[in-house]
Structure formats: structure tokens, C-alpha cells
Design a protein. Structure first.
Ligand SMILES: [Zn+2]
Length: 244
């Protein structure tokens, strides 16, 4: 795999005041939105369950295993398993079909996913409810934050961080009983001030779309491929190979 590596310093235990140099690979990470039948919508944001399963099956056959944000945060890929084929499969926007279709398909192949939640949507028609989010977490999937109502974080007022980040983070932690340390930027958009804010609010990783990781803050600007519903499994493998 044609990987490139970013060298960075991770401060391990700020209280201890030392740092350790590690190599952090860019992790192949995939982003899906709607996993259901569709007709005229943009295939960038839709994939049928049947086509999704073909892609997942192809990843399995190619020897991939799934990783979750906490694995990336813990330097999982910088350690002993960095040579193995790893991919993060993620889902944005809290859709009900993530629970009904995507998660069961992942589990059929021994995979787990990362689900980034816009908390304003919880319990609304067509979206996951609290119990489903809790169940995903209990089954070993990761629950991350996608803000309260999907604002461009580069443009929010100073008093909105509590609304968009702090309260939704606390809600997801109440629902899952676990710490929420990973965030997907709405629209994939971020800047250095956004990174500063989410770092201060307890996040340890964040994902964008497209682009490349910022060498200054790679773990807060991890790229994901927006996977269109009309890609074959072979096309997906090629894209992973060429982009990560
Ligand atoms: Zn989104």
C-alpha cells in the first residue's frame, strides 16, 4: 500500500512534561450517509444496502479489518499492527438506516463502524433514537459527535460552542455511558480555531472529508473518502490504495 507517513510529536501525559515521537499513517477512512434504496438522488450521499454489502464484502476479502476512532487515538496504527490493512467505516447524520441496514451488514463480516451523531435529530422520524444509539455502542460500534444541528463550525458565534459541542457531547455520553472523544466536522469543514475549540472540549480526534491531513494537527484533520453508491468494490479498493 502506497502509504505516506506524518511524523508528529504526541505529548503523552502533559503533566509528565515529556513527548514521544511516533509515526502516524493516514488511516483509510470512509464516509457514508444514506444506506437505503434511492432513485434520483446524488449517489455521493446514497448507497443501497445491496451495494454497500458488496463493498464491505470486498474489503473483507481483501484482508481489511475495521478500526475505530479510539484505535486511531491510541496510536493503534503506529504500533505493532501498523502494517495490517485497516480501514475506518463511518456514517454521518444519525439516519435510521444506519441502525437498520448498515450496522447488521458490518457485523455480518465481523466489522464495526463509527457513527457520528447530530443530536438534534435523535428520535425524529427517519433518524435513530436513543435506544438504537445505545445499542450500537453496546455492540461495539463507536459513537462520535457531528454537532447539535450541523452548523459550519468555522462560522458559529462564540457562545455557540456549548450548544453545538458541549451539551451534545454530554448527551451522547449519557446515552452510551462512554466518553465521546471523536468528532466529524459538518460538511467536513474546519480551521485552526475550530481545532483549538474541540481540543479544549475534550476531543482526541476529528474527521474531515477529502483533502489531506494538516501536518500541524493531523489527528484533528483526518481525511475520509465520501464513497458514492455507484462504486464497485474493486473501485473502492483502488481509491483506498491511491488516496491513502
Ligand atoms: Zn453531516
Amino acid at each position: 500500500m502506497n502509504r505516506w507517513f506524518i511524523t508528529l510529536f504526541l505529548t503523552l501525559g502533559t503533566g509528565l512534561g515529556f513527548s514521544q515521537e511516533i509515526s502516524l499513517p493516514t488511516i483509510p477512512a470512509l464516509s457514508y450517509h444514506n444506506v437505503r434504496t434511492f432513485t434520483s438522488q446524488d449517489p455521493a450521499y446514497f448507497i443501497t444496502p445491496e451495494e454497500f454489502e458488496k463493498q464491505v464484502k470486498k474489503l473483507k476479502e481483501a484482508g481489511f479489518q475495521t478500526v475505530l476512532p479510539k484505535d486511531i487515538e491510541e496510536g493503534f496504527l503506529a504500533g505493532k499492527k501498523k502494517e495490517s490493512k485497516s480501514v475506518m467505516i463511518s456514517f454521518d447524520d444519525t439516519r435510521a438506516d444506519h441502525y437498520a441496514s448498515a450496522a447488521p451488514i458490518l457485523e455480518k463480516y465481523g466489522f464495526r463502524g463509527a457513527f457520528f451523531i447530530t443530536t438534534v435529530s435523535i428520535g425524529k422520524p427517519g433518524y435513530m433514537n436513543r435506544e438504537q444509539i445505545r445499542d450500537l455502542s453496546d455492540r461495539g460500534h463507536a459513537i462520535g459527535l457531528h454537532t447539535w444541528d450541523h452548523q459550519d463550525l468555522r462560522k458559529i458565534a462564540a457562545d455557540q460552542w456549548e450548544i453545538q459541542i458541549d451539551r451534545p457531547k454530554a448527551l451522547l455520553e449519557e446515552i452510551t455511558g462512554k466518553k465521546v472523544t471523536s468528532l466529524a466536522y459538518p460538511f467536513g469543514l474546519w480551521n485552526p480555531e475550530v481545532i483549538r475549540q474541540i481540543k479544549a472540549r475534550g476531543f482526541k480526534s476529528a474527521f474531515q472529508l477529502g483533502g489531506k491531513a494538516d501536518p500541524n494537527d493531523p489527528i484533528y484533520s483526518l481525511p475520509r473518502i465520501l464513497v458514492p453508491g455507484n462504486w464497485s468494490g474493486d473501485r473502492l479498493l483502488k481509491e483506498i490504495e491511491s488516496r491513502f
